[in-house]
Ligand binder design. Structure first.
Ligand SMILES: Nc1nc2c(c(=O)[nH]1)N[C@H]1C(S)=C(S)[C@@H](COP(=O)(O)OP(=O)(O)OC[C@H]3O[C@@H](n4cnc5c(=O)[nH]c(N)nc54)[C@H](O)[C@@H]3O)O[C@H]1N2
Ligand SMILES: Nc1nc2c(c(=O)[nH]1)N[C@H]1C(S)=C(S)[C@@H](COP(=O)(O)OP(=O)(O)OC[C@H]3O[C@@H](n4cnc5c(=O)[nH]c(N)nc54)[C@H](O)[C@@H]3O)O[C@H]1N2
Ligand code: SF4
Ligand SMILES: [Mo]
Length: 654
């Protein structure tokens, strides 16, 4: 007999879909989107539609693995947890808790994954990460400008006359925004894409501008200059914004033509965007997450914040500059926080170099929760070296990832279909509950179960005890009960987070120190003539692909990774040909694809390729931070293509 069971997708994705699983004889046989969910609307993305191959993959880990005599060897949970407890206690006793680094990433956005934070806050506090590889620069930009970070309701897009998709690939990275954009367009809204990379989203838009990578700051200044020169700014901007004069002076420090030349767009682009923002508002700016991942990423997002503010699009229906939906806003995270601050932090994008460098005490143990830093953090070779040289590395995952391969202990955990958790979304305001649609295989535990089993072994007693339902209640009900929302309500139907307004800043109050918008007043440092530009003419942009969730591919990958360039940038390598792509720090053999719609100064590659099979873009990318928020400047690395015949010998495997 077939049964339909619902859960919420916990992947690091803006959409947090409601999934309907068809279960037959204890096995999931079909996955579909929930037609009754207002955002999911009955469809799933490629990667989750194809998840059953992963769920039932023979590569799935179902027993703990402990390194013995060099090899990872299956052991019982008792042996695994006793070993973990003994090693962590010994390292803490010998070197102090700062010698232990707990690294948690976004493999599950379930709120209860935070239980690992609770464990290490009590066991230590230990060293934790700071900054954010994903959205550090954009988060810091919005908090600096507005004092708060959230977005207009997705449905508010229907009130917009223009929607600017600024550095955003909705087809790939947030497919459930698409129906809303299509509806807005059907009601007359005009859509514009601004992205150095040509992608399918351009087909949805009436206008498309293709600036140089990072040219957005200059383009935004050109737009601001037109707004001021044409008198299209909001007369109230002086009341709501600090530093209006300095911002105006910055925009006027160069001509529109000079700014546009810097951005590498026609002057008409600035006039067109200014008209939409100023003369024909309301205009919503949807800021993509990718744009912040560059050296000047913080300044770029701050410039867009300023454009929205001075043009009168803040706080009005159909306006706003939406970057991130406050996905944790409905939850009480205090049970995961410790009494004392962590003794020190590792900057996430600099994971490899910092872990190697830290002393007094050195990092001796690393515990990895829901992340694959070897594949996903820049300078993969250095991250791998940092892990390979620690005394004790624990990785909790469902698969033997590039990171798990380097561990001393691998603990098998649940997949998204077995998750038992609550979550919010960063692309809309609905809350969801994950409920296992099938039980996990024997021998597999959730992060909650692992930490609850480890706590008494390290002297934490019952500090983390409680059933998963009790934990779900503990995090949801403090903030939601006042609105009459219980766990049962969330389990019954999609509930919109009542704490997030439909229109952000409608009261024109900003929780900054002055209560006003903090406009940017300085340009990011001029990009000096890049000494590498001659030797490495292309900027490598390793971007999301619909075929995978970061390093979690829907299907196993074979052969060289595909790199896409403009035919003029191919250096004579034919479409479909194999060549080498080289940066200052590494090289990979790749298959080239020609695309005349791309700029001549970029090389595109999927993010998330695995290091052990030579497909990992991060093996080429140096660990560098953004101007604000300690994000990763992931899209700045310069590369060149080298035909195989004249290629230098392959660099040693990392
Ligand atoms: N299929 C799939 N979906 C995913 C993911 C995945 O791996 N696969 N990853 C998920 C994750 S982790 C996140 S954070 C989210 C968001 O994931 P992201 O991949 O960050 O998605 P976007 O917001 O579309 O941002 C990417 C876009 O930013 C553009 N961009 C980069 N640099 C610049 C620039 O200098 N200027 C401008 N104007 N644009 C620029 C890129 O060309 C690209 O089109 O999506 C999630 N969704
Ligand atoms: N070059 C380049 N690098 C990038 C990016 C880029 O655009 N270009 N994008 C960056 C971005 S936006 C992000 S967010 C990061 C993402 O980096 P990561 O968060 O490291 O990404 P994933 O590869 O998805 O790794 C998550 C792991 O968690 C595991 N997992 C899933 N569910 C659970 C669970 O419940 N518990 C535990 N313990 N594990 C679980 C999965 O099996 C998977 O191996 O990568 C960044 N890296
Ligand atoms: S990964 Fe994103 S789009 Fe795909 S099912 Fe999950 S939440 Fe939906
Ligand atoms: Mo991300």
């Amino acid at each position: 007999m077939q049964q339909l069971r619902k859960t919420t997708c916990n992947r690091d994705c803006p959409d947090a879909c409601s999934i309907v699983a068809t279960v037959e004889g204890g096995r999931v046989v079909r996955l579909a989107g929930d037609p009754s969910h207002p955002v999911t609307r009955g469809f799933l993305c490629y990667r989750t539609s194809h998840f059953l191959e992963t769920q039932y993959s023979p590569a799935r880990l179902t027993t703990p693995l402990l390194r013995k005599g060099g090899a990872l060897t299956p052991v019982s949970w008792d042996e695994a947890l006793d070993t973990a407890a003994e090693r962590l206690l010994r390292i803490r006793a010998e070197s102090g808790p700062a010698a232990i680094f707990h690294y948690r990433s976004g493999g599950s956005l379930g709120i209860l994954t935070g239980i690992t934070d609770a464990f290490f806050a009590r066991f230590g506090p230990v060293t934790v990460k700071r900054g954010d590889i994903c959205s550090g620069a954009g988060d810091a930009a919005q908090l600096t400008d507005f004092g708060e970070e959230d977005s207009h309701d997705l449905a508010d897009l229907k009130n917009a006359r223009h929607i600017l998709l600024w550095g955003k690939n909705v087809f790939t990275s947030s497919p459930h925004t698409l129906p809303v954009l299509r509806e807005a367009r059907a009601r007359g809204a005009e859509l514009v894409l601004i992205d150095p990379v040509h992608h399918k989203t351009a087909s949805l838009c009436g206008a498309y501008y293709q600036p140089r990578p990072g040219g957005d700051f200059a383009l935004a200044m050109a737009v601001a200059r037109v707004l001021f020169d044409e008198g299209w700014t909001d007369p109230r901007a002086g009341d709501t914004c600090d530093h209006l004069d300095a911002f105006r002076a910055l925009a006027r420090s160069r001509s529109v033509a000079a700014w546009c030349a810097d951005a590498d767009v026609p002057e008409g682009a600035a006039l067109d965007l200014a008209r939409r923002l100023g003369a024909e508002r309301p205009t919503a700016i949807l800021v993509g997450w990718g744009m912040g991942r560059r050296t000047s990423g913080g300044a770029i997002v701050r410039a867009l914040d300023a454009l929205s503010a001075v043009s009168g699009n803040l706080g009005v229906p159909g306006g706003g500059v939406s970057f991130y939906f406050k996905r944790r806003g409905a939850f009480d995270l205090s049970p995961f926080q410790g009494q004392r601050p962590p003794p020190r932090t590792v900057c996430e994008p600099l994971f490899g170099p910092e872990v190697l460098r830290m002393s007094d005490p050195p990092i001796r143990a690393v515990w990895v929760t829901a992340g694959n830093p070897v594949a996903m953090l820049p300078e993969s070779g250095t991250v791998a070296e940092a892990l390979r040289t620690r005394d004790f590395v624990v990785v909790v995952d469902s698969f033997l990832t590039d990171t798990a391969r380097l561990a001393h202990l691998v603990l098998p955990t649940r997949t998204l279909l077995e998750a038992d958790d609550v979550l919010g979304a960063y692309g809309h305001h609905y809350l969801g509950v994950s409920t296992p649609v099938v039980p996990p295989p024997d021998g597999v535990k959730s992060d909650l179960e692992i930490m609850q089993a480890l706590a008494p072994r390290v002297g934490l007693g019952d500090a983390l005890d409680g059933s998963v339902r009790a934990w779900k209640r503990r995090v949801t009900e403090p903030r939601l009960a006042p609105f009459g929302i219980t766990l049962e309500t969330l389990e019954r139907e999609p509930v919109r987070n009542p704490l997030s307004p439909e229109v952000l800043f409608a009261d024109r109050k900003f929780p900054t120190p002055t209560g006003r918008v903090n406009l940017i007043t300085e340009a990011p440092p001029e990009e000096r003539a890049d000494p590498d530009a001659g030797e490495f003419p292309l900027r490598l942009m390793a971007l999301s692909t619909e075929r995978s969730q970061c390093s979690q591919w829907a299907r196993p990958q074979e052969g060289p990774a595909v790199v896409t360039v403009h035919p003029d940038a191919a250096g004579g390598v034919p479409d479909g040909g194999v060549c080498r792509i080289a940066s200052r720090i590494g090289a990979l053999v790749v298959r080239l694809r020609h695309d005349p719609a791309q700029r001549r100064d970029v090389a595109l590659m999927p993010k998330g390729g695995h290091l052990h099979d030579g497909r990992c873009a991060n093996a080429l990318i140096r660990a560098r931070t953004t101007d604000l928020g300690e994000g990763g400047a992931l899209y700045e690395e310069r590369v060149r293509l080298v035909p195989l015949a004249e290629a230098e010998p392959a660099p040693p495997a990392p």
